[in-house]
Design a protein around this ligand. Sequence first.
Ligand code: ADP
Length: 779
Amino acid sequence: MTTALWLCLGYAALALIGVRGLRKAGTPSRWLLVTLALMLAAQATYLLPADAQADPAYAVFFPGGLTQPSLAVLAQLFALSVFGGLTLRFLMLRFSTGFVGFGVILIVVTGLAVMQGNPQDSGIGMAGWLTDAFAPPLNFFGLGIIAAWAAGGMALIGAVMYRFATAYLSELINRAMFWLLVVPLVWMGGLAGMSGNNLLREAGWLLQFGGMVGACYAILSHRVLDVRRVFRFTFASILSAGLTFIVIMAALFVVAALPQASFFAILGVGVLATLAYVPLRAVGQFIVDRLFGRPLDESTSLVREYSQTITGVVELKELSDYAVTTLRRTLRVRAGMLILATAENDDTIRVEPMASPLVDAPDLRGWIPRSSAVYRTLFEQRRPMLQYDVEYSPEFAEVALELKSFFRALRMNAYAPIVMQGQVIGILAAANRVNDEPFTPADLELLATLATTTGVALRNARLVSDLRTARDQTEALNRDIIRTKERLERLDAVKTDFVTIASHELRTPLTQIRGYSDILEALAESPRLEPYQIAGVTNNVRKATDRLEQLITDMLDVSRLGLDAMDMRLGLTTIDSVLRLSIEPLAESIKQRELQLTARGLRGLPEIQGDTQRLVQAFRNIILNAIKYTPDGGRIDISGQLQQNPETGKDEILIKVKDTGIGIDPKNHELIFEKFFRVGDPGLHSTGATKFMGAGPGLGLTIARGVINGHGGRIWVESPGFDMEKLPGTTVFVTLPVNREVGGPARVDISSGKMPAYRPTPAESGSNAVAFDTRTRKG
Ligand code: ADP
């Protein structure tokens, strides 16, 4: 009765302290308050007189004939359930309400069962109801409650162990460890308290109160004391005291057993005992070290060695490795990391962990605003910072979630700033200790010292790395410039050639026309002018004018390419018919040149949206080239197939025109699509459109590419090289989309005959593809 009163006061005091912590510790402290209130209520039931249920003044507490002892048990069970919920909450696990729910169901069922029958029969709360529950006649109420208690207790211990195993921050592990002391006290205390045995009862309630004091401490303080350090200290003290005791006792026994305890004999025993004590102590120390790990004693020399060596390191990766190795050896941490920090602008610092052979840092970037608590702690106050604090301390509550998850993803535990001459350059981070003990202030101090020591070397290494990057960039730029220069030189040559080519190309038919008109004139003077003679001459004049017209049309077409304004008349067409129409006019020349032309795989190809005439023009130019640049007796193979665009995954037709000709030097594979570009001597002019090596004006492929790109396709060539002897051959590849996207030619107003600039599909954009873009977009 008096114990209960004291405990009531004790719980009330704990609750008062708990109220003060409400704001600081948040949800768990609300659960704590409820638990404390229920524990207080459970104690209060003992303040009621034993026969209270008979007294009308107390009737309200005893509905349905509950007795005072049974009421006390039910109240305690309720308090235990809420404590279980509190435990789960504290461990940041779910199901806290679920746990309480189960408890409440159990209590209600028990309560109803008790109220149904005669309370005295159930024996709940009566003397010995739990201790004798196993003895016949079995007390089913007692057994049931013991079973539920055991199950709940195991669930809670399991939850603590789970948190223990999964938490990655040593501070969280330490909290779980501390709670591992709290749970048994409260839980066992509860059972002993309910046992109905007078002796057990008082001891149980006191134990439980002790447990609750621990719970209050753990919840209301941000960091709990290092359980293992306390253990180690206690264990080491006990061991040392025990060893000393053994030695002294042994010496006393020996002295007592001596026949005559002369001064020298006692002196001898004393010396022996002392000598024995030294190795024994060493053994004791060894045991403690083995169990708990050695304290850090060589760290000073390691730090000195580190600071001497590190200044000579200028490679960032080497520096990172060395820093992390030293961290591992001095602080005995599982891992470490060097994080590079760069002031991005006046407001933010960019941070990126540094991966190196020893450190597999995640490929991440974070941004620390100068206004954040992280910046303040690390770079303004230059204090080390704990991940645990970032996550749970109210000081860091306002830190942006992204920044918090950046730090979380690093899986580090403590951070120390690296600042050189007021400039933020990095962070040295350490993961958990090997034994998962939390960091002590001395550990953090050591981390900070290492970070400061790293400063000079890090600055040098970053300068070197920046210089190297700058040098690489300059080199790349130089290479670009050289490439561009070469290209420009070649294009420049093309420009100069243009005048030569154009004048040759134009002059040839003009000269012919002039020649034939001279002939006509001469013939006109002769009296015998046969019609066949006129026909022969005019036929030649027609050929020459056709050639001129063709040339001018080509030139016009090419000039339009630059304006995205080639006329297109779209309709459904097939590749088969396009190629047929392209080859037909060339059949005669193919025969003359004894070339073998084959085509396969064209029939089965699907229809496409396109301008038949333009496509014929494009393919004729391609095939004409194959004819021109393949010696007599060579072969030209045309093939078609359906495939998926490697970028967009959409269906497209691929046509290959393969010849066994002279081939094209790879450095010209792109240039041949430029206007007026042709390989070889610009002074040559076309002697015949299909003659071997008969030079053209260099417009054929330019137009072909314009047409193919205009249809949303691609064109490129492949050839091992140029060789007049070995004839490596050339293959021209053309792709044409089967289904054009909305916005493509399918929606073109055909009557107007104008096709708008081809808008790239999202997958294609980036290559900046527009209609008649003359650049290759090779698949
Ligand atoms: P041209 O009117 O000179 O044929 P093109 O634009 O059609 O102009 O071709 C440009 C140059 O590309 C040609 O002068 C030729 O050197 C080269 N070329 C084109 N096709 C082939 C091919 N199948 N084999 C070898 N060289 C080719």
